[in-house]
Ligand binder design. Sequence first.
Ligand code: NAD
Ligand code: IPM
Ligand code: MN
Length: 354
Amino acid sequence: MKKILVIPGDGIGTEITESAVEVLKKVDEKFSLGFSYEYKDAGGAAYDKFGTPLPEETLEACRNSDAILFGAVGGQKWDSLDPSLRPEKALLGIRKAMGLYANIRPVKIADALVDYSPLKKELAKGVDLVIVRELVGGIYFGERCESEMVNGVERAWDTENYSVPEVERITKLAFDMAKLRRKKVTSVDKANILATSRLWRRTVNKMAEAEKDLTVDHLYVDNCAMQLAVNPAQFDVIVTGNMFGDILSDEAAVVGGSLGMLPSASIGELTSFYEPIHGSAPDIAGKGIANPMATILSAAMMLRYSFNAEDAAKAIENAVDQTLADGFRTPDLWKDGFTKVNTEEATEKIIERI
Ligand code: NAD
Ligand code: IPM
Ligand code: MN
């Protein structure tokens, strides 16, 4: 049996992971993959039960899993907790403990959704890029101070640091990925200001010298944010640090019509981890109307990367495309002339098409 650990988390996390598990069960039935499922808590749900967002038993289950399917964590209810107890700490803790250094966020626009992009149709059509985000370093994990008094004035600070080996391993992964795609890598930084970015750029350039088949260029993050809006089709692989990757991937996601469409895979030292890029969406949680596609597509990435089951991954991706092409839309993507479906109905439509 291949062990999949499911961590639903908070808000819509429980709704969308349930959809993805139903879809996994369907492909297992069809392709005889032999999956078993175990469930553990993290985030606010774990805090409420155990007084910690990341119980040791959840971490232990992560270590013993072949792959992890994660929903989302967070919500207003826990926003005033001490920072060390916030739900988001669970996600950062798992990423760090499992050495999940590379977060792969592919942005591909389904033909049926080109009209939903906030961009003009001709700009959105044909976009096929992947953001490779460094996930266990940078400002997310640097030393910080929540509050201190200096000369009678309160201040707080965060610090960013990156080492050459940290930049090298994420760059290598981005280069390897580009070799299987259109052979173009754009490294994104803020090297006009930040020392970490200058080290990042030097390291990428040094590695690029040995890669005659690849085109490697650089953009400052502010320019990249603008280029994603005016010409997203120019990008193939974008490699960047933790915080820039977080921000740019939400922007890139809506080029495809909705944040509810963008899946991700985090590749690491101990296991691999699959989650939508969006959060727990407190504004729609409990209503049963979340778009489950980002999580279902994350399950497809799991089949591809963790279980080498390309046919099953493709079966899910095609079923999602077909569901959209047949006009079924959750509210985030719905407009006149289409059939509005809730989370459960969208999931059923996808399963019927597998
Ligand atoms: P969010 O991604 O949860 O929501 C942003 C907007 O997108 C909301 O309007 C929401 O309704 C919509 N949306 C997101 N996913 C959707 C889906 N599948 N279908 C339809 N609409 C969807 O971001 P936020 O509101 O800034 O954060 C809410 C909470 O989630 C916070 O506590 C935050 O820290 C947390 N968060 C968690 C993760 C994660 O667990 N990976 C990621 C981002 C944010
Ligand atoms: C994401 C989220 C997380 C991040 C938060 C919830 C810790 O926004 O996965 O994109 O910033 O990495
Ligand atoms: Mn994010």
